[in-house]
Design a binder for this molecule. Sequence first.
Ligand SMILES: [Fe+2]
Length: 151
Amino acid sequence: MDIDYIVLGALLHDIGRSVDCGTLHGWEGFKLLAQTPFRRYASPCVTHWLKGRSRQQILDEGDMSPELVTEIMSAGNFEELGLEDRIICIADAMARGDEVVTVKDRYIEARKRYGSNPWIETNEKLTLEFKDEIDILLIRDLYSLFPKLSG
Ligand SMILES: [Fe+2]
């Protein structure tokens, strides 16, 4: 596992919020990092947002034009996420402010903030699938590593 990629990717995944705080911050972050020596860590900007969705899923659930989806999907392989990108997705979904929370709690808050919609529902489903994979690799529940979550 590429720990440097996970740490730097996790730290930089929301850097696009410096350009756009909306739904396209992942794409803005990718484009921003792609022009820097940190381009190696650009993918998590997109993968924490799209979570491995196919082009068709993005068109069905998102509100992006087909042209933009084509542009994004031609910039990298964002459909087959490596373990590192999945871990960043989970870490992102377990952070609420400066506290660690369960993925379910994080998405309860997301629904309060953005309302319920197909995109958020799929985000939670995909993130919980990533967590299931990590639980199997860990041979324990990921939450058991966090005393506050397992108590
Ligand atoms: Fe984000």
